[in-house]
Design a protein around this ligand. Sequence first.
Ligand code: PLP
Length: 428
Amino acid sequence: MTDSLAKSPPRSHLRGKEIEKLIPGGVNSPFRSFTEVGGQAIFMDRGRGSRLYDIDGNEYIDYVGAWGPAILGHAPEPVIEAVCRTLRNGPLFGAPHELELELASRIVSIIDSIDMVRFVNSGTEAVMSAIRLARGFTGRDLIVTFEGCYHGHSDATLASRSGHHSSGVPEGTARNTVSAPFNDLDSLDNLLEKHQQEIAAVIIEPVAGSMGVVPPDEGYLQGLQALCAKYGVLLILDEVLTGFRVAYKGAQGLYGITPDLTCYGKALGGGMPIGAYGGRREIMEHLSPGGKVYQAGTFSGNPVTMSGGIAVLDLLADPEVYAVLESRANRLFEGLSRCIDDLGAPVSLARVGSMFGIHFSERRIRNFVDSKTIDEKSFARFFHLALEAGIYLPPTAVDAACLSSAHSEADIDETVEKMTAALAAVYN
Ligand code: PLP
């Protein structure tokens, strides 16, 4: 590991030792831990625009983006105002609220494949509920996932061979999840043919974000949709990360596909905890109380979260936001490509819209097997050098980094300069 590890900010270091005794691993979500890069995770104090400030007073240009939600940067004023205004009236009532109607009608009017939507509290809940609905609708049990795709922490999607394992998932549950390689239509065709009578749904991240950033090959998602139609299985698109980020209409708008069900979270909530799933009316009407598929939630659709979502969608309705994201991302990649070429460094870049990956592998990553070529040690060195210079990246070699519309050209130029120095230190 690098020398800089010894220099983790003193207050974060102290707090880290304390919190480890009370919260397993010192984190409430393992993504946040520095286990993979070594050293001590940093305690953040506040965020504004493109910047984060830690409890020791250090400032960072942020590319974690709260793991996706912060598409407008941190604490965008109109969102914070809307949320505070709603909160003052009471955070939740356990009864219908007009803001639920407002956010639902916005989503239905933006996303062509959605007639009806349900709000929950996280991406995990959205995926878990969409899978149950698909099973209830089709009367079948099997779910197809793709190796290396991440869909949150419900049992079905943590089943073995999906790339994200967990002990504690019962064998019986794991048997109901089968996996295929990403970007490989032949394997999927074979799998669907073999199990077609038992498969409820295929669930996929349209752009994988946790095995490196892996865009779909040209025609892959369209081919996948055609295979789902051929074998009569539902297509669930997990747009928890891509939704409202890679484009206003998400990945389904970008690639021109029509899923049966779509899952959302992250950017949709304006920083408030949110999940949502929606799709065709004939499927959604199978949910209770009218239908037999149960899903509930004390906090689901609470007014505070709804007002965050409405405020964020209103701001994202301006195409200029996506133009800014695209132009900043291009500027970043032009700068990084130049540096990688000059150094002859074995590093490849991938991005779709404002989600991007700096892969420490010469190979273009197309699937989970390719992602195993990523050199985690070199990434860890780079990560700590960048961090020390004030650039905050996801602390894993494979998770998507996120740009926000609050990143200025000057932020990008400063980032390129600092990342160039970090890469040069790793490879010289
Ligand atoms: N699906 C995808 C594609 C994700 O990236 C994530 C989170 O990283 C989830 C689902 C789970 O969402 P949450 O962390 O809100 O439960």
